[in-house]
Design a protein around this ligand. Structure first.
Ligand SMILES: Cc1cc2nc3c(=O)[nH]c(=O)nc-3n(C[C@H](O)[C@H](O)[C@H](O)COP(=O)(O)OP(=O)(O)OC[C@H]3O[C@@H](n4cnc5c(N)ncnc54)[C@H](O)[C@@H]3O)c2cc1C
Length: 459
């Protein structure tokens, strides 16, 4: 064997797995199809293109740091958010979160932690409860997109001394011999061999992973899919809460359809951004905030979670279909609509948006989201925003902007052991968002540590 472990994907899951394996004295190769942080440049963000040109590796979601590098690095330090890792590792998740957090601080993350305690938090929970909202307390550390890139570069400098890093190296396949993982085959046809293979390809690699799962006939545990919109409001609507919590996390069961909705990824003084999925040629919505550049708006996602049951087994296809419809109507990009226009059943126009209170922070096509989202989702979103009005007065105002669509393609949830190994394929491990274990930086990184320790134990 050339390596003790090969890791596919240099996102938080892959990076933290590589750090841990290197610490344990293992010989590691970490490969990613994307570029180093310093070379990751989106042609739209640099002004070289006005719409997505579908680069071979997307600078926003691929490369050193994974999707985390383009994010504003909100580290969620509470166990109840950012994934399902607790189901695998139980109470030890808190300890793992602390380890991940310590590493981020060591490499330069901001010292401040936002914590929802005190009278504002109590009053918010009380008002929320009256409207049927569960307001969840969370501890958050905000690195900031620009600072996040520096942290990741420092992690690279430290890790590149201790293990082999191959960027611009798409992995085509996992080599399986005699029923056990034995290495990987790269896109250029070369191979690398190892005692253990850890696959951590993130959401962007979900369709690639789908093919591997299909070929190896791996069982899938459940198939949730999150579809929704990104909401943009003036900072003043949320600032009492964001000053205190940074991010307000709420759960709600909608009255009409009894669907579970949640708020996600709140960005005070932030920007709405595009998220591209190259393999599916999709543009969806996301948001981030920066340490050095501020807008006057706050954005956050409102997501409706649905778990499909047999015989339907293509939740990613379902969400993709909806996102493609939005791209079709928006001329390849994303749609934006005022809440009042959505309620009144008419499309938004540039002049209606210009007359409104919220100046959009992203370039999006004014249109009609009800032509894209099923009635059930539109009803859920409007009902949820009305309930949120109880803790954020003004969020359900007619001028509130809704960008569509936001989807989360972490829909393949694999059956894994508590050490993140695949039960039916010896020497194969999976971690992070792609395997459906995590939904955020911290739990992705923690799942990488868990996998690394399990790999070391198995050696
Ligand atoms: C705009 C944006 C903002 C976000 N903001 C936050 C936030 O504030 N806080 C938070 O907690 N989370 C945030 N997230 C989510 C967070 O980034 C992810 O949950 C996290 O990065 C997942 O880590 P991962 O290691 O599982 O996968 P990823 O970070 O997606 O990394 C996977 C890596 O695998 C590589 N890869 C995929 N397939 C292959 C292949 N076949 N061969 C080689 N390499 C491959 C990809 O290029 C990628 O670099 C945000 C995401 C985005 C897109």
């Amino acid at each position: 064997m050339t390596y003790d472990a090969i890791i596919v994907g240099a996102g938080p899951a892959g990076i933290f797995a590589a750090r841990e394996l290197a610490r344990l004295g293992k010989k590691v190769l970490i490969a990613d199809k994307g570029k180093l942080v310093s070379e990751r440049r989106c042609p739209i963000q640099s002004g070289a293109a006005s719409s997505c040109v579908y680069c071979p590796s997307c600078a926003i979601v691929s490369g050193w740091g994974g999707a985390g590098a383009a994010s504003d690095g909100k580290l969620t330090l509470t166990t109840g958010f950012g994934g399902n890792l607790e189901e695998y590792v139980g109470d030890s998740l808190l300890q793992l979160i602390e380890e991940v957090d310590e590493a981020f601080v060591y490499f330069g993350a901001d010292a401040r932690v936002y914590e929802a305690k005190g009278s504002v938090a109590r009053e918010t929970r009380r008002l929320g409860a009256q409207a049927g909202l569960r307001v969840l307390p969370a501890r958050i550390r905000h690195i900031g997109t620009d600072a996040s890139r520096q942290v990741l570069e420092r992690m690279y400098d430290a890790l590149a001394l201790r293990c082999e890093v191959r960027m611009n190296s798409p992995v085509e396949d996992v080599i399986v011999e005699d029923g056990a993982a034995a290495g990987v085959r790269f896109g250029d046809g070369t191979e690398a061999r190892a005692r253990a293979v850890l696959v951590a390809p993130g959401r962007e690699g979900a369709s690639w992973l789908e093919k591997i799962i299909g070929r190896l006939k791996l069982p899938i545990a459940s198939m949730p899919v999150d579809i929704g919109v990104r909401v943009e409001v003036p900072d003043s609507v949320c600032e009492v809460l964001t000053r205190e919590f940074y991010e307000v996390k709420c759960l709600y069961n909608t009255p009409t359809f009894d669907d579970r909705c949640r708020t996600f990824c709140m960005n005070p003084s932030g920007f709405v951004v595009y998220e591209y999925n190259n393999s599916r040629r999709l543009a969806t919505v996301n948001g981030h905030s920066l340490k050095t550049k501020k807008s006057e708006n706050t954005n956050f996602a409102v997501l409706v979670s649905k778990t499909f049951t047999q015989p339907f087994n293509d939740p990613i296809g379902y969400a993709t279909h909806i996102a493609k419809l939005a791209n079709m109507l928006a001329g390849g990009g994303i749609l934006v609509q005022r809440l009042a226009d959505l309620r009144d059943g008419r499309r938004s126009t540039t002049s209606r948006i210009d007359r409104g209170m919220v100046k959009p922070t992203a370039s999006a096509q004014p249109g009609d989201l009800s032509l894209v989202l099923p009635h059930r989702y539109v009803t859920d979103i409007v009902e949820f925003l009305d309930a949120l009005g109880s803790i954020m007065p003004g969020v359900n105002h007619g001028d509130t902007l809704l960008y569509g669509v936001e989807i989360k393609l972490y829909s393949l949830r694999l059956e894994l052991t508590s050490g993140m190994s695949v039960p039916s394929v010896p020497r194969l491990w999976m971690a992070g968002d792609g395997a459906g274990v995590s939904r955020g930086i911290v739990q992705a990184a923690a799942s990488g540590i868990v996998a690394a320790r399990s790999i070391a134990d198995a050696a």
